[in-house]
Design a protein around this ligand. Sequence first.
Ligand code: FES
Ligand code: MG
Length: 578
Amino acid sequence: MTDGEQAARRSQAWFGASGRSGMVYRSWMRNQGFGPEVFDGRPVIGIATSASELAPCNAHLTRVAEAVKRGVWQAGGFPLQFPTMATGETLMRPTAMLYRNLMAMEVEELIRANPLDGVVLLSGCDKTTPAMLMGAASVDLPALMVTGGPMLNGKYRGEDVGSGTHVWKFEEDLKTGRMTQEECFFAEGCMARSNGHCMTMGTASTMACLAEALGMQLPGSATWPAVDSRRMETAGAAGRRIVAMVEEGLRPSHILTRDAFENAIRVNAAIGGSTNAVIHLTAIAGRVGVDLTPEDFDALARAVPTLVNLMPSGKYLMEDFCYAGGLPAVLAELVRGGLLHGDRLTVTGRSVAENVADAENVNPDVITGLDDPFQPAGSGTAVLRGNLCPDGAVIKQSAASPHLLNHRGPARVFDSPEAYHAVADDPDLDVDENTVLVIRNAGPKGYPGMPEVSNVPLPTKLLKAGVTDMVRVCDGRMSGTGYGTVVLHVTPEAAVGGPLALVRDGDPVVLDVPGRTLRLDVDDAELERRRADWSPPPRRHHGGYTWLYTEHVEQADQGADFDFLRGCRGYDVPRDSH
Ligand code: FES
Ligand code: MG
């Protein structure tokens, strides 16, 4: 064991106890058919399972848990599966993001309150991966993640269709009459034809890859399709490995160092990952005392070309990425190029570079090399500053239109996404292709929960006229599967009085992505006058969890975690319960 830890297992404070307490701890477990031998001091491994029929991307995780269990038994551990909440992206309203921190709290408290020596984290859908990592990092017992894997490629009329990315395309096709409602119903089924999470490089695939890049899941684990038997093989290996990690005392704090986060940021650039990674990585880092700033993301990513040709930035999907060599092939290329801290420790007990020493790229069309990359260095997520976003904003350049990356246009302001949707189909809407659509009050406190509403569809009249993109500026987020010239995460958000709240129709907005600025061309004195007139919008909650959320959520540049959840609170055994 490292760090001079005591030799006795944490779980023995329960199962090794004498007298009344020990009897209570053991006896009720035996109602599940466990014999007395499981209490002999072997490592007790929790399998945190975010399976739920309300989170379709995670629905199959109970089967993955069975494979993990097999591995734990094989290695001499005692596996215990337990459910956590699941923040499913597709059904939860007002947004799954509102509940990420609640899930992280639940994961943290369940690990600490129970007789566990180590934990395997089973996640899938967007928010479930960061929530699990945040919670586990705040306890710091040995932890290993197994993501549930992507769905098989969508197939519609002989074409590959990507989850999320094709929703926006089909929506436009419906609006412009290129597709009938009947065809659309059929296409829905074609897009999601197996278990698993989104198979585009959306937030789920991104966070799965970044969990692997951070060193928190086994090499290759991020990319096996959910229904590929090798995912179950990996899960079994994870079960065996976590038992060894407990023996070795290998904990998240040994793995999640600043270098590990720098690796993850660079990998995010190389895979063309989601803008949401900026928020989630910052929040996870906050749990282990690593301070990430928006500029860290910009500066570190600038040197890294996009190597992976996946939707929404490119044309392939996760299944293709997997068969081409998966994330290990990307990590190996970045190590070769000196772009990663190859010596960083991972859950295997070996370094990043050692893990991928034998990795092979067998399809250079899907995974390009550094010499001839899919997109040049510096084309990923950029961080902007300026009088419209003093604490930062982000834009995903690879998903934007090159001709709009330098743009000046008049603002057309909407106080909510709903206010825009109410007029988006109006043939007389006073907008043209130069207009900058400003959507506000979609930030963490304002919506609340910072939903993925920023890439509003273009006004119907412009779509019909053949306009394919416009600049949009918003304090909310965008789905990792989305695209368009959309400035996101404008901070501070409008609801707390950020300058976005002061924009009026017709104000010139100046976007300069190469120069990394977003400005409102209105003089300071006028903005001060407007600020004096401004009052915060009414809060949209009636107590309960949403009250807690709006009271304590931090801004996007801080990771939108709760102020009281930063840091690690450790794994001390709580006081006795009987
Ligand atoms: Fe769950 Fe995309 S909706 S991963
Ligand atoms: Mg998403």
